[in-house]
Design a binder for this molecule. Structure first.
Ligand code: GTP
Length: 597
């Protein structure tokens, strides 16, 4: 296909503003998929994505569109993940296209996540076409939202396309706008091959599938190619385009987007952002800005039933086939037995993986407190990366600890602003900015990532009745007075409840934790002390009183010897329990104990 007849684009939208519905419509109206094959929300392949309403893996579709100018265009849509945890993937897929449709719900307005993605599109030099969706709704206010887009994002919205992805109204205008307003790609067909690895995933039938965007040169089936960052070399088995099912194609030239398979064993061997070239005749330099995505949030995953450990291992391995950014390492815990320490790109990523393990693999899991990676600087001048608070070295050897900080952007209707500021303040936040656009406020905070990883989203949602939107980006590691707080139940440290806290808040956290555990741990036959401690010094304590089960109640009437025997048995039982320090802590206690209010 000639470059001038290609348009590559992505859709930027806040969750629920209609990205998937619009994509479906574009596919349907161009006859890319026969009507009877049209499943609703075709692009969100995985059930979980559909259910949770988020798009996790980037997907793409090639659409053929006969435009009003009489020419047929190839439109390549790349579906980007809409969440901040996948910021790096978003930024790579943005580099692979020349333009974006900015979809905004005309009854709502611009949200924080939209903003972050739009900035990435702007950074990637995209031409941006604003699209006002849901104008069929009585509550739609296209003029207000147009102004909102101009105020908040600062792009011209005069020519925003008004549509209803639901009824199909305005879809032809979107197709025309893509052709007339977005630029055609550039590239040199005669130059050595240079293509960007945009995404990859594991297909149970085909193995690893790699999606690429060709910059220069031509790639053909059978070619021997090389990945410039990993250095690995492969022979192409299959070359195809997505419509959205795979259709074989003999070659892809500059500006084109497609997929290949090459007997690649693991998704791990394919790095998003890598440059693909010919083994024999490589291009002179790789694409700039390559960086592999690294996990930033860690937590332990343990099976509730120890017999499920093998199933958990299998399930984790299967999920990793498709998600190279999710890491795992075996871990043992005195309280929880055998499990895994897992690393994620962010909180949502963690939740999605945990949900899939529980649902698709039918596992009951205990999740320990999510923790960020701390930089521990030792007195001897060395530095350690701390992934698990339980592994924190003895304080006498530690010089100082640094924690990751983020810049958080929150958009909220002004009546909830006070509560949001208080929440951020409570989480050791430093306010950086506060601006208004209409009746909505935009606040920017510098926050410790650690204070955000557990229940910040939940709290934010509850104090704003769901009206706030939130986004963040990592800024830097910064030193602070951070210590490990241990929790001891019946004198034994429960490593799953260890956490890093700010020294000034340790007492308060410790007290809250002990009080909570007292509520959450069922009473036993013996008294249970619950303590919080820092480096051996107890800073808070509660006692769970014993429950006395009257075993003799079972014996009706007088048999005194039987009564005595039973009481002795009870005593022996108590002793045994105490001896092993066996306290049963229900799974829900771990989760609830770690939530703060
Ligand atoms: P994620 O996939 O969750 O990121 O959301 P999305 O942006 O893809 O939104 P999706 O297409 O799933 O639409 C969200 C909801 O809005 C669905 O219930 C749609 O049926 C509805 N919706 C989408 N477009 C329109 C529209 O034009 N009018 C109306 N009334 N509803 C719409």
């Amino acid at each position: 296909t000639e470059l001038k007849n290609i348009r590559n684009f992505s859709i930027v939208a806040h969750i629920d503003h209609g990205k998937s519905t619009l994509a479906d419509r574009l596919i349907q109206m161009t006859g890319t998929v026969a009507e009877r094959d049209m499943k609703q929300q075709l692009l969100d392949a995985m059930d979980i994505e559909r259910e949770r309403g988020i798009t996790i893996k980037a997907n793409s579709v090639r659409i053929e569109y006969p435009a009003k100018d009489g020419q047929t265009y190839i439109l390549n849509l790349i579906d980007t993940p809409g969440h901040v945890d996948f910021a790096y993937e978003v930024s790579r897929s943005m580099q692979a296209v020349e333009g974006s449709l900015l979809v905004v719900d005309a009854s709502q307005g611009v949200e924080a996540q939209t903003l972050a993605n739009v900035y990435q599109a702007i950074e990637a030099d995209h031409e941006i076409v604003p699209v006002l969706n849901k104008i069929d709704l009585p509550a739609a206010e296209p003029d207000r939202v147009r102004e909102n887009i101009e105020d908040v994002i600062g792009i011209d919205a005069t020519d925003a396309v008004e549509i209803s992805a639901k009824t199909g109204l305005g879809i032809p205008d979107v197709l025309e706008a893509i052709v007339t307003r977005l630029p055609a790609p550039e590239g040199d067909r005669d130059a050595p091959l240079k293509a960007m690895l945009v995404d990859s995933w594991y297909d149970p039938y085909l193995g690893v599938v790699v999606m690429i965007r060709v910059i220069d040169g031509v790639i053909k089936k059978g070619d021997q190619i090389k990945m410039m960052q990993t250095g690995a070399s492969y022979r192409l088995d299959k070359l195809a385009v997505l419509k959205p099912q795979m259709i074989d194609i003999p070659e892809l030239g500059p500006g084109e987007i497609g997929v290949f398979t090459a007997s690649i064993k693991q998704v791990r061997d394919t790095k998003v952002g890598d440059t693909i070239t010919h083994d024999k005749k490589p291009c002179d330099k790789p694409l700039p800005g390559f960086k592999p995505s690294v996990p930033v949030v860690f937590c332990g995953l343990f099976p509730v039933d120890a017999n499920d450990f093998e199933s958990l291992r299998d399930a984790i391995e299967k999920l990793q086939l498709n998600d190279a950014s999710f890491s795992s390492e075996m871990e043992t815990s005195a309280a929880l037995g055998f499990g895994f320490r897992c690393g994620f790109l962010g909180l949502l990523h963690l939740e999605v993986i945990r949900d899939r393990l529980e649902r698709e693999y039918d596992l009951d899991l205990i999740t320990t407190a999510p923790s960020v990676v701390y930089h521990v600087h030792m007195k001897d001048g060395t530095q350690q990366d701390l992934h698990n608070p339980a592994d924190m070295p003895d304080l006498t050897y530690v010089d100082h600890v640094e924690e990751p900080r983020i810049k958080a952007t929150i958009m909220v209707p002004d009546e909830y602003l006070g509560d949001v500021l208080k929440l951020c303040q409570d989480r050791r936040g430093i306010q950086l900015d506060l601006t208004y656009a209409g009746t909505r406020a935009m606040v920017v905070y510098d926050l410790p990532l650690n204070e955000v990883v557990f229940d910040f989203y939940d709290r934010l949602k509850s104090v704003t009745k769901g009206y706030a939107s939130f986004d963040y980006q990592f800024t830097e590691y910064r030193q602070d007075n951070l210590v490990k707080m241990q929790v001891l139940v019946n004198e034994e440290p429960v490593d799953a409840l260890s956490m890093m806290v700010h020294r000034d808040r340790a007492e308060q956290r410790g007290r809250a934790m002990c009080e909570k555990l007292k509520e959450l741990i069922p009473r036993h036959m013996f008294k249970i002390p619950i303590q919080a401690a820092i480096g051996g010094k107890v800073i808070a304590r509660e006692t769970l009183s014993a429950m006395r089960k009257d075993v003799t109640a079972k014996c009706y009437g007088g048999d005194a010897t039987r009564k005595k025997k039973l009481l002795e048995k009870q005593k022996a039982g108590k002793k045994k329990m105490r001896q092993f320090g066996k306290v049963e802590i229900p799974q829900s206690a771990f989760i609830s104990a770690l939530k703060m209010d």
